[in-house]
Design a protein. Structure first.
Lengths: 141, 141
DNA sequence: ACCATACCTGACTAAAACGGTCAAGTTTAG
DNA sequence: CTAAACTTGACCGTTTTAGTCAGGTATGGT
């Protein structure tokens, strides 16, 4: 069980963005340099963040990205959802008539994985971008 | 972020085992049939469980596996550890002098991922095999 | 008007992880 | 002595990951 880089980078980039976007749009190039993330990869990520209305883009020279919402209203769960990072513990399809192992019934540990998913998602739902910015406000990165 | 089959199967197999091993050793073949898990794959998994003293093997005809501890003392965290299922959120090596991105400092979201790991591991530490068996005692699978 | 800057898009890919399979044993009960 | 069951390790096709590459398009400063 692990988190993918796409999800991690998305959060890192947004924390970076949140710290600077009140002044000017922030270019991906700057984020790339500050956070050591490939520029091309960032573009992929921000394309998705934009589609999900988490950021807005401003084109042209001196352009960049800015947040589209208050940092308090951007939860980790929104970010992960935007970049297709999902918590997946069970294999079985919810809409299918079949159970977890191709059997008619759900598997012996099905409820456990459901419970685990809820546990993790709760964490993501309760954590906002603002929380993360606050923790980094004083530490220079 | 997802759980691997190895971890899921290990838990499923042990729940199955815990329900039957008070009578006889349980053969992997039986578990394979009941839980629809490949026999070869189960052998890989039980080899690791045995190395970690979670199960004992009894060879020969009518042999099989039995639990090596009280189901109350087998936590999910023990099972996952045994089969190398780990919660991994940050890329950076703890012993390394380098930070998360090859920089000297730890990355801007480092504390977040640590917190998440703790959150998930807490869930695993508080859940025992006995808890899972209890939940399945009455439902026929 | 020009052109550098920055966003935008989609195709492509090397490497790793996943989810097993296959083969060749060894041990022990009956 | 032999069949059932455990044991070990090599192998392998597929999928996912973590990007790269190669082209765009839009815009604003000069």
């Amino acid at each position: 069980m692990k988190l993918t880089s796409k999800g991690r980078y998305a959060v890192m980039a947004l924390v970076d963005l949140a710290r600077f976007d009140s002044i000017n749009p922030v270019s991906l190039r700057d984020i790339s340099l500050r956070q050591s993330i490939s520029l091309d990869f960032l573009e992929q990520i921000f394309s998705k963040l934009k589609k999900n209305n988490i950021v807005k883009s401003i084109r042209g020279i001196n352009g960049g990205y800015i947040l589209n919402k208050d940092p308090n209203d951007i939860k980790l769960t929104n970010i992960f959802h935007a970049v297709d990072e999902k918590v997946k513990t069970v294999q079985c399809k919810k809409d299918s008539k079949k159970g977890c192992n191709g059997k008619a019934t759900k598997c012996i540990t099905h409820d456990l994985w459901d419970e685990l998913e809820v546990h993790i998602n709760t964490f993501f739902e309760n954590k906002s971008l603002q929380d993360l910015v606050k923790n980094n406000r004083d530490s220079r990165v």
